[in-house]
Design a protein. Structure first.
Lengths: 372, 478
């Protein structure tokens, strides 16, 4: 294993990595037991085990054993009834359904009860109070509608003692506008969203923290600049943002030209996995962004393009494979539509990370990036 | 010049900016890196365009007469000088080699396109006089004046023009070269395989005394092109049919796409078609068939099979030659899979009744030739028994032409959009119909190759009409 990039001795880091791996393996056993125990499991996985002809509870002892499940097919998440995903052990609790994709066709859905709150409470621990002051209000400048992100950011704000202001934003309409080539409508819609954000920021709500997609953050900063002010002067001290457009160059551009000293932390995530935080980035590392999944609840692996069971070497490029391991949702080996470089563990996150995340080259040409 | 370590930065109003994202430019045959290019991002352009008015302001401090003189000087420098290229310098020969190496265009064609660009810069006064129909330059500069005793006013519609440029033929740069002399700034997004002309031309302008603050160059991907279009009040974009359709009707975008240029033989001339064979071959084959002004359709009511066979015989001997060979006439396809896709599309169209690949019987092997990492498509002549064949209205970026049998009476209506139409006819009625046909842009009556341009005439719309609005203006003593 390579030396720690943040200075911890190799030996100490090695111990941390082993400990984290043992914790992950233990958590895998607990989660698999839950999802395949008829007393607690959801109909989908019980049915899966019946058809598979093997008992995951007796045969899965570690994270590495999860490859026995093969590839998690995203079509399994399309269509109803969504109740097939609710574990019997959690039956009766208020359930949410969140969608991902869906510009055309049936979107993928994930049923959630508490996961989105837990994920964002864990993420909250990575936010510095200096930039994201407790008790301060938030602006959620991202997609609304059937999206996990909107409720998650609102919960993050509430969890930290603030109130979250939101805008109306339909990302499916944005993607349709792009595909139709209706550039004037696209610009008008973007202006409409930024109008809402500026109105909130000017209304005396003392908003200090912001979630924004890179494109909307850029548009907001440029609008504020044209008004003779800046993100920072508008009161924002801390921003979290994310998406595959969050390249080192964009990170640098934002820090040098958009933020006026406001702090920004990149994140990588989706409805199915949760939220991966990033190791610190800036001029010291050429604004390189490395994400680490919230293990053991979720695991990011960088795998061979042709063999998703084979990890690529550190520094090498591969496709993103996600595994979600919560009591609400079990998703082993989902091959995501992104690629990146495998990064070694670090002091803060003693497990593998990923940098350079971007749309997988095999689908990039057909993927329309809207506001994400 | 050691091109293996050449880096081309973003130019933000003339100031170099090295991006953390870089794209390689590679040799089309060997795959060896020729240069690395900084990749801009959309927000950077949006932010810079807040200073767009400054580009016009610095140019307006220089009289148009002087800008025209500096354009001529820039043309000389572009043709003959060693100029900065990124963090190195570049001679004219090095420029030609680099352009050929990344675009697949033979070096002699790169030189020919250089001459076109230099000619436009040298003849700027005459070209602007022609495009403005003799308007005094200071009317455009000041915004109002008097012409032939009538008050006139022309209002510029954008302080800068955005240009989303192609990689296929460096000759298209002639279209934007007059813009600086009109005291309007340039926002250039180079084609991914052809960054060379925008950079060399920008440096030639700078060395000739054009303020750096008047020109930006933003290499990048599709998002960069979209950002240019979004943030500039007037734009020229080069692309395929889909691009043209997408921006049709947009007042801020002039889209340049396939030309579907044609040669028409009237019934009064078609019996002596052999006398026009040289014009037909030149129109199809010059510049390796890469231009929108190359002929992609020859229409006549009879003798079409003989015409197709004669063209095929003339073009059958063409073979790929090394790019520095003095006789090289065929350009390579440098994007993997592009030649295969085109060849397969042609073969699919040939399944339709009445469409025949006439060249197939005159060449030994297949249409596609592979050399190293590059693919070549050999000249292809297809005979169409009627205009109904889908292939009759196709255009590809290599020497490709359909010879279409069509009655003269329906020909003008049937040809569809045509950038350049060369018509062989002396019949007054047909000539008038051609003059009136709104689907024809440039019209040549008589044996003029479609590729022979008169630079003193407008191309796909008058640039002056696109950039300036004629309006009323009155003033009274105060």
């Amino acid at each position: 294993m390579p030396a720690s990039p943040t200075g911890q001795s190799d030996r100490a880091l090695g111990v941390s990595v082993r400990t984290a791996r043992e914790a992950l393996d233990a958590w895998v056993r607990e989660v698999v037991d839950w999802h395949f125990n008829p007393a607690s499991a959801c109909p989908f996985w019980l049915d899966y085990a019946k058809r598979a002809g093997w008992d995951p509870r007796s045969e899965i002892a570690s994270f590495a054993d999860l490859k026995r499940f093969g590839r998690f097919e995203d079509d399994w998440l399309r269509g109803g009834p969504v109740q097939r995903w609710i574990p019997k052990g959690l039956a009766g609790k208020p359930a949410f359904v969140f969608e991902t994709g869906g510009t055309t066709g049936i979107p993928k859905t994930r049923v959630a009860l508490e996961d989105f709150r837990i994920d964002y409470e864990l993420f909250s621990a990575t936010l510095a109070d200096e930039y994201f002051p407790r008790g301060s209000n938030w602006l959620m400048l991202g997609p609304s509608g059937p999206r996990r992100l909107r409720l998650s950011v609102e919960h993050l704000a509430q969890y930290r003692g603030g109130i979250c202001f939101c805008v109306d934003l339909d990302p499916r309409w944005v993607i349709k506008l792009i595909k139709k080539g209706w550039t004037e409508h696209l610009q008008a819609y973007k202006d409409h969203v930024i109008d809402q954000a500026v109105t909130i920021l000017q209304a005396g709500h003392d908003v200090r923290c912001l979630f924004a997609t890179p494109k909307l953050l850029e548009a907001l900063a440029i609008r504020l600049e044209s008004m003779g002010t800046t993100i920072r002067k508008a009161g924002i001290t801390g921003i979290f943002s994310g998406g595959t457009e969050f390249t080192p160059q964009w990170n640098r551009f934002a820090h040098e030209e958009l933020l006026d000293g406001a702090y920004m932390t990149p994140t990588y995530g989706n409805t199915l996995m949760g939220l991966a935080a990033s190791a610190p980035s800036g001029p010291h590392n050429n604004y390189k962004i490395t994400y680490y999944a919230p293990q053991p609840r979720a695991v990011i692996e960088v795998v061979d393009f042709d063999d998703p069971d084979k990890l690529v070497d550190y520094g090498q490029t591969g496709r993103v494979r996600l595994t979600t391991l919560t009591k609400e949702f079990f998703m082993p080996g989902f091959v995501e539509r992104d690629e990146g470089e495998r990064e070694p563990p670090c002091d803060l996150y003693p497990w593998d990370g990923i940098s350079g995340v971007r749309p997988y080259r095999g689908v990039a040409a057909t993927t329309t990036v809207g506001v994400y | 010049m050691r091109t293996d370590r050449l880096h081309l930065p973003v130019l933000r109003w003339g100031e170099p900016y090295t991006s953390l994202d870089v794209d390689p430019v590679v040799h089309f045959l060997t795959g060896e890196p020729i240069a690395s290019v900084s990749r801009a991002n959309g927000g950077l352009i949006a932010r810079d365009m807040r200073q767009a008015q400054r580009a016009r302001d610095v140019l307006r401090r220089i009289p148009m007469d002087e800008l025209v003189a500096r354009a001529a000087r820039a043309g000389e420098l572009y043709m003959n000088a060693t100029l900065p290229m990124g963090d190195l310098t570049e001679t004219p020969d090095e420029f030609v080699r680099a352009q050929s190496a990344s675009t697949g265009l033979p070096e002699r064609m790169c030189r020919a396109n250089m001459k076109k660009n230099a000619f436009v810069l040298a003849e700027m006064r005459g070209i602007l006089t022609a495009l403005t129909r003799g308007l005094a330059f200071d009317v455009l500069s000041r915004g109002h004046g008097e012409e032939r005793g009538v008050p006139v006013s022309f209002q510029v519609q954008s302080p800068v023009v955005g240009l989303v440029l192609p990689s296929n033929s460096p000759g298209v740069h002639t279209l934007w070269l007059p813009i600086i002399s009109l005291q309007i700034g340039l926002v250039l997004k180079p084609g991914p395989q052809e960054p060379w002309t925008p950079y060399r031309m920008a440096e030639a302008f700078f060395q000739a005394g054009i303020p750096r603050a008047a020109i930006s160059v933003y290499p990048g991907e599709g998002d960069v092109g979209a950002a240019v279009l979004e943030n500039c009040g007037r734009n020229l974009i080069f692309g395929g049919t889909a691009t043209v359709d997408r921006y049709r009707g947009s007042p801020k975008v002039q889209a340049h796409g396939p030309g579907f240029s044609k040669i028409l033989l009237g019934d009064d001339q078609v019996d002596r078609w052999e006398q026009f064979l040289d014009v037909m071959v030149d129109s199809v084959f010059s510049n390796s068939g890469r231009s929108c002004i190359n002929c992609s359709g020859i229409w006549a009511s009879r003798h079409t099979r003989e015409i197709a066979a004669a063209l095929a015989r003339r073009l059958a001997a063409v073979r790929p030659l090394p790019p520095d060979h003095p006789d090289a006439s065929l350009a390579a396809f440098t994007v993997p899979g592009a030649a295969d896709a085109i060849s397969q599309a042609i073969d699919a169209d040939l399944q339709a009744p009445g469409a025949t690949d006439v060249t197939a019987q005159y060449r030994d092997g297949p249409r596609i030739v592979r050399q190293g990492r590059a693919d070549y498509l050999l000249p292809t002549v297809v005979h169409c028994a009627s205009p109904d064949a889908a292939i009759a209205k196709k255009e590809y970026m290599f020497p490709f032409v359909t010879v279409v049998e069509c009655p003269e009476a329906t020909m003008v209506d049937a040809i569809g959009p045509t950038l350049v139409c060369t018509a062989m006819t002396c019949q007054p009625e047909l000539r008038q119909r051609l003059l009136d046909a709104v689907q024809i842009d440039r019209l040549n009556l008589g044996p003029v190759p479609t590729t022979q341009l008169n630079w003193f005439q407008p191309h796909e719309g008058n640039l002056i009409d696109f950039l300036f609005r004629a309006r009323a203006f009155q003033s009274a003593e105060l």
